[in-house]
Design a protein around this ligand. Structure first.
Ligand code: NAG
Ligand code: NAG
Ligand code: NAG
Length: 362
């Protein structure tokens, strides 16, 4: 027991020395792993990040995204923010373009969205093809500037140590939204200049230094029977709309204690339950009533970390500059299967995939 305690202490000291305010300053875009806001609590906005990583289909856009998100505003009277980590298969790139034009953040997910073991074993090169390839697909077929796609989420949150993060950088991303943490941690976003002290719950976490690369932690929620859960669906919370709303608000109250940004991972299968949908709407309404709460994208929280202004001066980022879309439905071959892909630009020759994100190589 004594030996274990000593070991823990040594590790803690080594990590503390690795990152402290003396060698990591926000002026240099460096932030240590921390539960503390850069501002006094009463000046800190309470952010609630809404994130989605399902294929963006027409049905999901019309049924949930358009009705739930578009009509809402924050206390600065601007439309709320949200981040969509868009996977390739079954996504409708006309709908992705509409999300972008409505001001929401578009991030990259992956092309294959394969099983967890795939992400654990994939080479760095494969990971680059997944993340960068999907950026190229979104940029081309949803007609979005590729340099506006900065955030990334690895499927199943399956980190694979250093290579996941070196692949992110090679893919031109500047923040991760896949690293989960215990509900009690309530961490703020930080950079990977120095070794992270965040728990490593899924897969292997990096120890390599990645300067100016941000981690926006997923602080887990507490769901049914006290389980820790990263997606709302995974929380298995069942109940009436009122109970769902109350549960989400009680989880938010826990974040409010240190003002750690709350990140919600919202699945459309969860929203397809009427009580969940109503409960979620009630939650968004209740958050909208709070003067110091903002529903935002992940990018907006990171921008605030770089330049933390008091809540009274906070305004959300300006929206995206809309781009055009000439929608067309492409009927495409995917290894002898047919995929219908809605595109903003003329159709490719075959269904875009790994090694062939433009779909031009036949
Ligand atoms: C937002 O709009 C409301 C109602 O029109 C107004 O009372 C309030 O001052 C506005 N807030 C800001 C920050 O512009
Ligand atoms: C990750 O990178 C760090 C720094 O280069 C290195 O010390 C460590 O051994 C690497 N981890 C693995 C598993 O390769
Ligand atoms: C809640 O519902 C989900 C499916 O909707 C089910 O898998 C889960 O077992 C239920 N949990 C409880 C505690 O009833």
């Amino acid at each position: 027991m004594k030996v274990l305690l000593c070991f823990a202490a040594v590790v803690a000291v080594a990590f503390a020395a690795a990152c402290d305010v003396e060698n990591c300053k926000i002026e240099d875009e460096c932030v240590c792993t921390s539960r503390s806001s850069p501002l006094p609590l009463e000046d800190t906005p309470q952010f609630v990040m809404l994130t989605f990583d399902d294929a963006v289909t027409r049905y999901i856009y019309d049924t949930y995204y358009q009705t739930l998100l578009l009509p809402r505003t924050n206390p600065d009277n601007k439309t709320i923010g949200a981040t969509f980590f868009v996977p390739h298969e079954y996504s409708d790139y006309e709908a992705v373009n509409q999300l972008y034009n409505a001001g929401f953040e578009i991030g990259t997910h992956s092309i294959t969205k394969d099983l967890a073991s795939y992400w654990e074993k994939a080479s760095e090169d494969t990971l680059v093809q997944e993340f960068k390839g999907q950026k190229e697909i979104i940029a081309k077929f949803a007609n979005i500037p590729e340099e506006h796609i900065k955030g990334v989420r690895t499927p199943h949150f399956q980190l694979a140590g250093n290579k996941t993060f070196t692949a992110y950088v090679k893919a031109g991303c500047n923040y991760d939204s896949s690293w989960t943490s215990l509900p009690k941690d309530k961490l703020f976003p930080y950079t990977l200049d120095h070794v992270s002290t965040q728990e490593c719950l899924i897969g292997e976490c990096p120890t390599v230094s990645v300067p100016k690369f941000w981690v926006a932690p997923i602080n887990d929620l507490v769901g049914e029977n006290g389980i820790n859960c990263n997606t709302i669906y995974g929380c298995q919370k069942n109940g009436t709309a009122e109970e769902i709303e109350k549960w989400l608000l009680s989880e938010l109250e826990k974040s409010y204690k240190n003002r750690a940004p709350m990140k919600l991972l919202v699945n459309s299968v969860w929203l397809s339950d009427e009580q969940n949908l109503k409960g979620f709407e009630g939650f968004l309404d209740a958050v909208g009533e709070k003067e110091d709460h903002f529903l935002v994208s992940v990018r907006e929280v990171i921008e605030w970390m770089k330049n933390p202004v008091p809540v009274t001066q906070y305004t959300s980022l300006l929206g995206n500059v809309p781009t055009t879309c000439d929608p067309i439905t492409c009927v495409l071959d995917k290894q002898h299967e047919t995929r219908y892909m809605r595109s903003c630009v003329p159709c490719p020759r075959i269904y875009p995939w790994l090694n062939n994100p433009t779909g031009e190589v036949y």
